[in-house]
Design a protein around this ligand. Structure first.
Ligand SMILES: Nc1nc2c(c(=O)[nH]1)N[C@H]1C(S)=C(S)[C@@H](COP(=O)(O)OP(=O)(O)OC[C@H]3O[C@@H](n4cnc5c(N)ncnc54)[C@H](O)[C@@H]3O)O[C@H]1N2
Ligand code: MOO
Length: 340
């Protein structure tokens, strides 16, 4: 660090905090260590009594921490993502809109392996709303070699963005409620409203709804009818376990759909079924989805509505973090559930 005349310090990096006291008005840090001194700062520095300041001179091969943080922000923010002004070498990365958060986890590890840069994130594959904090990036030293930043710029090229928000599609959803007790009016349908609310939250609408008895052919035919009428997502509720009257898995299979999974390592929601019928996702939802606040359905629905094709492997890796704790006050998705 060099001591330099304040008037000559424009463009240089302040090496220490500078405190200002205006009696009765202000006492605090006027300039923070790391601040790049601007023309307009000179007068104030002189008023504080600083004829000289300690500065770092940025060498040709270095970026100031804030400059580096801005470069990384631009590099990491994919569509639907923005970042704050840097402060002490740190930016906050935020969502600009509602959607499904995707994070390039491989790239994240690579960046954090370099040293002098730390990038912390929340978990991906969850929905976020506008202005959700997605992560923070901090440059550790006050100045950083440009080559390190260039190396990251190279590393990121041609790869999926570090952070990206996928918008939710507006799909025509077909809903088939199974259960002879509901069909015959012995009990009121309580499943339909739960699903309607969940689907609406992401912007889609139920355009087709039928209540049917526990009969395989009828359930199958209603699924095919929903598809023929233009359903882009089909949800069938109830009849998912192993009782003689549980016909839903067989009915979905009988439509010719490809079953991705019947059974998920997620609790509640272990008996969920996901299939694709000519590319249209079909859910078979067990009774717990009506009863429990958060289930396997809440983990998979946002991904399906963001247009993601779910594979068997996506489901099987969800066992890690797949146990919901059914907290008295549910904070999902800001909890461990579904974060694998
Ligand atoms: N032997 C086993 N039994 C069960 C297992 C198992 O693995 N082995 N799994 C349990 C789990 S986990 C769940 S979840 C449920 C799945 O239940 P279903 O999807 O088969 O649900 P239903 O039998 O059709 O109904 C259960 C319950 O909910 C009422 N219900 C259903 N639909 C509606 C509706 N639209 N409105 C109001 N109420 C509804 C229904 O009357 C039943 O009372 O299976 C466990 N069993
Ligand atoms: O596993 Mo059921 O499908 O949890 O409640």
């Amino acid at each position: 660090m060099d001591s330099i005349k304040t008037e000559d310090a424009v463009g240089m990096v302040l090496g220490h905090d500078i405190t200002e006291i205006v009696p009765g008005e202000f006492k605090g840090i006027a300039f923070k260590k790391g601040h790049i001194i601007r023309e307009i700062d000179i007068e104030r520095l002189l008023r504080i009594g600083k004829e000289h300041v300690y500065v770092f001179e940025l060498s040709e091969g270095e970026f100031h921490e804030d400059q580096a943080a801005i470069r990384l922000g631009n590099l990491f923010a994919g569509s639907g993502v923005c970042f704050s002004e840097p402060g002490e070498g740190k930016i906050n990365i935020k969502s600009k809109c509602k959607g499904l958060l995707k994070i390039n986890r491989e790239l994240l590890d690579e960046v954090n392996d370099i040293g002098d840069i730390c990038l912390a994130t929340i978990h991906e594959n969850r929905y976020v709303t506008e202005d959700t904090l997605l992560g923070g990036c901090r440059i550790i030293p006050l100045t950083i070699e440009k080559d390190k930043i260039y190396a990251i710029e190279d590393m990121v090229k041609d790869k999926k963005p570090m952070f990206e928000i996928k918008s939710f599609l507006i799909l025509k959803v077909g809903l088939i409620i199974t259960g002879s007790e509901v069909y015959k009016g012995r009990i009121e349908d309580k499943f339909g409203p739960v699903i309607e609310n969940k689907v609406k939250f992401f912007g889609s609408e139920i355009f087709y709804k039928e209540i049917v008895p526990d009969e395989l052919e009828i359930i199958r035919d209603k699924i095919l009818e929903a598809k023929a009428k233009g359903a882009e997502l089909i949800i069938v509720t109830g009849g998912m376990s192993v009782d003689p009257d549980d016909k839903t898995p067989g009915a979905i299979k009988a439509t010719g759909a490809d079953i991705v999974t019947y059974g998920t390592p997620i609790l509640p929601g272990a008996m969920l079924l996901l299939a694709y019928l000519d590319g249209i996702p079909v859910f078979g939802l067990p009774g717990c989805v009506m009863f429990a606040h958060t289930t396997a359905f809440d983990l998979l629905l946002p991904r399906v509505l963001a247009g993601e094709r779910i594979h068997r492997k996506d489901i099987s890796r969800m066992g890690y973090g797949g146990q919901c704790l059914s907290c008295k006050v549910c904070t999902f998705p800001d909890c461990h559930f579904g974060k694998c």
